[in-house]
Design a protein around this ligand. Structure first.
Ligand code: PGA
Length: 247
């Protein structure tokens, strides 16, 4: 039993096309998605093409820590919002690893999102070595503390995504038990900063979610939906995943 509305989010990464926007919009707008929130995070240039998608929320995959100015190539929270976004991913492991985004920068990005009215989907997760060394809880705690220990007021405005790095794009999802254990640890950690917000915050699981494993993952007590990469590029499968969150 959860009083939290499930959220299923698509992270297209640097993939997709105008044709995929049209295909996805057609399929999802015809489906009965009552009772769940569906969020699409395509590359930002595609956001304005979702013109017939009132039932769907849109999000960016990254944002600048700055409000505006001489930052060639960057996108501000406000620009994303004007393109149709109401959410934005922050701290995806690919940003942390490939673009060296650190705790301090990610705090600034979450603050920038919230102050502009975008809901940050703050991503945390351990890598394989950290899991093998049984440091998962410690790593998650540090990543969460970097934002919410000093700024607990940001929690009520956030969504959290637990994405174990070893499960992203590998076809090897965490088991429902592994994921539930991490989600419970995340909620417990967040309760130290704001107990009410921690009980209400949606915690999504991400990492090789597909139509086959989504149902079991989403039925766990602290798993409030998913952040879906590869499978979100296949409209029929993504719809299946969304519908699993209704069960
Ligand atoms: P995946 O990606 O579903 O392809 O594993 C998830 C993500 O990176 O958000």
């Amino acid at each position: 039993m959860t009083q939290r509305t499930p959220l299923v989010a698509a992270n297209w990464k640097m993939n997709g096309s105008k044709a995929l926007v049209a295909e996805m919009t057609t399929l999802l707008t015809r489906a009965d998605l009552q009772g769940i929130d569906v969020l699409l995070c395509p590359p930002a240039t595609l956001l304005p093409l979702f013109t017939q998608a009132e039932k769907l929320a849109l999000g960016g995959q990254n944002l600048s820590q700055f409000q505006a100015g001489a930052y060639t190539g960057e996108l501000s929270a406000s620009l994303l919002q004007q393109a149709g976004a109401s959410y934005v991913l922050v701290g995806h492991s690919e940003r942390r690893t490939l673009f060296a985004e650190d705790d301090e920068l990610l705090l600034a990005k979450v603050q920038q999102a919230v102050s502009t009215g975008l809901t940050p989907v703050f991503c945390v997760g351990e890598n394989l070595q950290q899991r093998q060394q049984e440091k998962t809880t410690e790593v998650l705690a540090k990543q969460l503390a970097a934002v919410y220990a000093s700024h607990p007021e940001l929690l009520a405005k956030s969504v959290i995504a637990y994405e174990p790095v070893w499960a992203i794009g590998t076809g090897e999802a965490a088991t429902p038990e592994q994921a539930q254990q991490a989600h419970a640890a995340i909620r417990q950690q967040l309760a130290r900063y704001d107990a009410t917000a921690a009980s209400k915050v949606r915690i999504l699981y991400g990492g090789s979610v597909n139509a086959g494993n989504a149902g079991a993952l989403f039925s766990e007590a602290d798993i409030d939906g998913g952040l879906v990469g590869g499978a979100s590029l296949k409209p029929a499968e993504f719809l299946e995943i969304c519908l699993r969150a209704k069960d």
